[in-house]
Design a protein around this ligand. Sequence first.
Ligand code: FE
Ligand code: CA
Length: 453
Amino acid sequence: MANPFTLGIASGEPLPDGVVLWTRLAVDPLGTDPRRPGGMAPRAVEVSWQLAEDERFTRGLRQGSIRALPVWAHSVHVRVTGLRAGADYYYRFKASGTQSAVGRTRTADDPLSTRPVRFAVANCQRYEHGFYTAYRHLAEERPDVVLHVGDYIYESRQSALVVRPLGPLPGEATRLHEYRQRYARYKTDPDLQAAHAAAPWVVTWDDHEVLDNYRGRGDGSAAFLRRRAAAYQAYYENQPIRVRPEEGNLQMYRRRTYGAVADFLVLDVRQHRATSMLGAAQEQWLISRLLTSPVRWRLLVQPLFFARRFVPGPAPNLRPDAWDGQAGQRSRILAVHAPGLAVFSGDVHNAWAGELKADFLDPDSATVGVEFVGSSITSRPPVTDGPAVLAANPHLKFFDDNRGYLSCSAGPEELRVAFRAVEFVDKKGAAVRTVAEFITKGNGLTSENTPSK
Ligand code: FE
Ligand code: CA
């Protein structure tokens, strides 16, 4: 059989004692036969896995095997347990006589640990818009964990200004095999594979994993619910997550805790959206965790711009799809006054940093947290008059229009967030630099270093 590991390997969902290992077999990743996703014949394939404390697989070796089934597009999700907290591990797979690359993963820290956690945040990676050079640099940093805040794929096809063509894929994914092909196309990218192989990921989705700006059950039609279920299934098949979709739903909101330092509160702003962004059950879960979390930093991991962002100009607006369209629920979250609140978001394809206010219309009101908005790995930004938006929103402090990602660390003393940027994505080989770094010690931004200004 040809190499079945063309989509790479990954790990995710780190706990103090375990991780999930992932791969999906595809001998022909761009194959378009709906009955043979990834060119795989419709029968089960035995996949063996190994995990050890060293790259040569000599210390603390664990191994097992699992069947990759056609019903899950030959993906496997291995839940390894009984591991040491805050430790690096290496893993690999073997199928049909072929060995995969070796990945590095890492468990979450022990609940009592005060060691700073190093994490990266990425989002918005439209394939047609360029090369994933930012991921190459992110991989080299080998963070403890990578957070992805959505738009991992785009369901549509870009027709103008295409840097990298999608190839033989349909114009828009609406059915299961088409979503599977989308993921296969994206995952053939070597830089994306390197980022997955460098660290465990904790992912959440935004709209484009299904459909632009969709909300909850959409129009409620059987056709939309079928489409959403197909997209959710393909998402599961292509991500190192713990939970499987059931009856068209996939449990996404959850927390991942690192020691006594960081509570990553991962939100789902799409699936439960109806009368509010999160729905009642998720809001209750979030608020109760914000009230009771015993750790230093409460980090909201979610796609959408959280602070008020009024865009002045000929058509002044607040964006209804983001949290400005859900001001009531946003106020209830901020009213908790949770100490160490930091929101990480994406979606807008430009980078921003700002402070969260008890009343965004009153600059003198209390500062109750900070927000860092990653730009995009590749997705092209809209035309934005950054300085005008900053002037109209005094709580927003920083704007940058480069592609990139966030490189962060959260420790007992401080939260550091560096905006990492690549100069171009239309060719390979861009260098990376830090355009700004923010340090937070209390509720607001304590200081800013802007090395390049
Ligand atoms: Fe996007
Ligand atoms: Ca989006």
